[in-house]
Ligand binder design. Structure first.
Ligand code: GDP
Ligand code: GDP
Length: 455
């Protein structure tokens, strides 16, 4: 089943602002054991623990939000991928190619105490050919004596080695400065919202649900302006498609079109792509094969969208294949399994016949609208006053926590902060979310509800 949508409980609410664009992506590449995950932890200041490697299991989460000198970026740890039968060298090469494709900047990590290996040199070839900015990290330089090891990495011919001790933190500030310098300039035109360019849509779904068929249908019938993105280096893999009289930016369509290359054991790639696409998107259209039972992977993708705070539309594809019985069963399945995304607009389409393709855009627009909805504080507090009166929190241990007041801290997605006189239990928080939706809409958007408890 879907992992439950967690209502965050935090003490400190950081307002990241409403109109910031998607963060640039920094991918960390290197052989096993050179210190990639240690470095990622260091960059994150250990605010988020990187999940330990479990042999044979790929990490679910590989992308993390980071900030340095006030600049936001997303760190992608490619080390979560475990080499398969095709061998270490090939695996690292594939990892490097993927990183190059996804990232704005590549951090290439080498163990300075070992020096450059053949595999490292093979990676350099790939990185150099890509034209992407590369920051060479000479890791495990724990003291000044090891600086000479770092200098030896000039021989790789990919620029200045930055001596760092990911373990102890030595040199990490200078390294991050170098990374910031390599990031693309902030492009105000690409910020979220109605002010900037086309809205950004990620087309997601497990293999064979019909993503490329849908894309072809949409692009084919609506004159894809594929070259419109040629001028930007930021998102070379996006496609501009005109639908319903507007231009939309479909994120990472190259990934959808090229999927065949990376078919085997592609779970990690799929997760990485989904996450990376979500980082850039405002709204996700998750495609599901209506003719098959909902799969674990469908539910996981939907959860990823919810966790990412993006707007969500669920599209049931292959509707042309459904018979009466399956249709009946499908409704019950949705009711049972998709209860945490019940608020998402739903469209029943067929990429094959073109059925209901025209309903896609209204669904996306509804979701984007919900995603940007702001409730005036006065209305919000009237709402909570009524709610607390009519449905007070159950008494627990002689105490009855109350919502004292609430504010909406932001939109995209709507974020609320509840100031309370005690801890609100799970069921009550769910109730609040349900009632907020009934009252104010929020179709197609996750809600982020935080509590500030006043003791
Ligand atoms: P990954 O496989 O590239 O993600 O590497 P890990 O981050 O798991 O690190 C591999 C090993 O190297 C671990 O035992 C780390 O503690 C160690 N390590 C990582 N960075 C440093 C460093 O800067 N100095 C030293 N001495 N050890 C390090
Ligand atoms: P992707 O892996 O998600 O990109 O899926 P594809 O677009 O490659 O589609 C997988 C298979 O499903 C192909 O054989 C398509 O022809 C088929 N397919 C896609 N959409 C539909 C649909 O709406 N109806 C039917 N009957 N088949 C479809």
């Amino acid at each position: 089943t879907v992992s439950e949508y967690e209502i965050e409980t935090v003490d400190v609410v950081e307002d990241v602002g409403e109109d910031e664009g998607p963060a640039p992506v920094v991918a960390v590449v290197g052989r096993p054991n050179v210190g990639k995950s240690t470095l990622v932890n260091r960059i994150l200041g250990r605010r988020e623990a990187v999940v330990e490697d479990v042999p044979g299991v790929t990490r679910d989460r590989v992308a993390y939000d980071a900030t340095w000198s006030g600049r936001r970026f997303t760190v992608v740890d490619t080390g979560g991928w475990l080499p398969d039968a095709s061998g270490l060298a090939a695996a690292i090469a594939e990892q490097a190619r993927l990183a190059v494709e996804l990232a704005d900047v590549v951090m290439f990590v080498v163990d300075a105490t070992v020096g450059a290996t053949d595999v490292d040199e093979a990676v350099v070839e790939i990185l150099r050919g890509s034209g992407k900015p590369v920051v060479l990290v000479a890791n495990k330089v724990d003291d000044i004596g090891a600086e000479a090891d770092a200098a030896g990495l000039w021989s790789l011919g990919i620029g200045e080695p930055h001596p760092v001790s990911a373990l102890h933190g030595r040199g990490s500030g200078d390294l991050l400065d170098a990374v910031l310098e390599a990031l693309p300039q902030e492009a105000p035109a690409e910020t979220f919202g109605d002010t900037g360019g086309p809205r950004r849509v990620a087309l997601l779904g497990r293999p064979n649900v019909g993503k490329s068929s849908l894309l072809n249908k949409l692009a084919g019938e609506n004159r894809a302006v594929v070259d419109a993105v040629a001028g930007t280096t930021r998102d070379p893999v996006d496609e501009m498609i005109e639908l319903g009289g507007k231009t939309w930016r479909f994120i990472d369509t190259a990934g959808i079109r090229r999927r065949h290359r990376e078919n085997q054991g592609a779970d990690f790639y799929a997760t990485l792509r989904t996450q990376s696409a979500l980082e850039r998107a405002e709204v996700a259209v998750v495609l599901v094969d209506a003719d098959e039972p909902l799969a674990e992977q469908d539910l996981r993708i939907i959860s990823m969208v919810i966790d990412s705070g993006r707007a969500l539309v669920v599209a049931y594809n292959k509707w042309d294949l459904l018979d009466e019985e399956r249709r009946h069963y499908l409704e019950r399945e949705i009711d049972r399994q998709l209860h945490n995304a019940r608020w998402a607009p739903r469209v029943n389409v067929s990429a094959k016949t073109g059925r209901h393709m025209e309903k896609l855009v209204p669904g996306i627009e509804t979701a984007l609208e919900g995603w940007s909805t702001r409730v005036p504080t006065s209305k919000l507090n009237q709402f909570f006053a009524d709610l607390v009166n009519s449905h007070p929190h159950p008494v627990r241990g002689g105490k009855q926590p109350r919502v004292l007041f609430a504010t909406q801290a932001g939109v995209r997605p709507p974020r609320f902060v509840l100031f309370t006189s005690g801890f609100l239990e799970e069921g009550y928080r769910r109730f609040i979310e349900r009632r907020l939706r009934e009252e104010f809409g929020f179709a197609g958007t996750p809600l982020d509800i935080a509590m500030k408890i006043r003791e």
